[in-house]
Design a binder for this molecule. Structure first.
Ligand SMILES: CC(C)(COP(=O)(O)OP(=O)(O)OC[C@H]1O[C@@H](n2cnc3c(N)ncnc32)[C@H](O)[C@@H]1OP(=O)(O)O)[C@@H](O)C(=O)NCCC(=O)NCCS
Length: 184
């Protein structure tokens, strides 16, 4: 099924549909998308209940031919000085990866963020998640920083890349380099 099939992106779904989607995520996918830690039949309902209740996340449930194929979100910051900024998270169900859906959904979310007057969309991605990094670069995200041994999962520490895209379309690569030179 390609992303040319009809894609409907909604802000709501039922707890049951969301639970079924999360339980089907495979090991490799959960290795790269782990905001909920381990997901299993005994904890999934509490994960879903908490997630659906969160008011700081703008949630996007993407459907293709009546199946929930992706969950993604923009998380708002509490801090007043960071109200122009939000954090993007996304996971595509294993069956639907590599078909162009991730790119389409991210574009939709970025446009949505600009419409809601955010000026920066920020995200983090593990350093060895090359397909996600390629996707974000192709959308115009710049690498902002590299955080060594930042997260621990299954007893292994992993490096985290932070990336961002700006509504003002300015490119900060040179500015960032300059700041590095000044502080090193
Ligand atoms: C990462 C993820 C969101 C990408 O979504 P997707 O639907 O699989 O990706 P798409 O088919 O839209 O591909 C978009 C771009 O990604 C890149 N890409 C995809 N698969 C790739 C691969 N195997 N190698 C290199 N680049 C790849 C390409 O740049 C592609 O753009 P192009 O087709 O115009 O060349 C999805 O695979 C996913 O949910 N993975 C597991 C969880 C995850 O990693 N989430 C992100 C955490 S930060």
């Amino acid at each position: 099924m390609s992303s040319e099939s009809s894609l409907r992106i909604l802000h709501k779904t039922s707890p049951k549909i969301f639970q079924e989607f999360l339980l089907k995520l495979e090991k490799n996918t959960l290795y790269n998308f782990n905001p909920f830690g381990k997901i299993n039949p005994s904890n999934v309902s509490s994960i879903v209940e908490k997630e659906l209740f969160r008011k700081d996340k703008i949630k996007f449930f993407s459907f293709c031919e009546n199946s929930l194929i992706a969950y993604s979100y923009l998380t708002k910051f509490q801090k007043k000085s960071k109200k122009h900024n939000c954090i993007l998270g996304i996971v595509i169900g294993d069956k639907w990866q590599g078909e162009g859906f991730g790119k389409k959904i991210c574009k939709h979310m970025i446009n949505y963020a600009w419409q809601k007057n955010f000026e920066k969309v920020w995200l983090t991605v593990f350093d060895n998640n090359t397909s996600a990094i390629c996707l974000y670069k192709s959308l115009g995200f710049e690498i902002e920083g590299i955080f060594m041994n930042d997260e621990q999962y299954l007893k292994k520490q992993r490096h985290v890349i932070s990336m961002a895209i700006f509504n003002n379309k300015r490119n900060y690569v040179n500015k960032r380099k300059k700041i590095w030179q000044n502080i090193e």
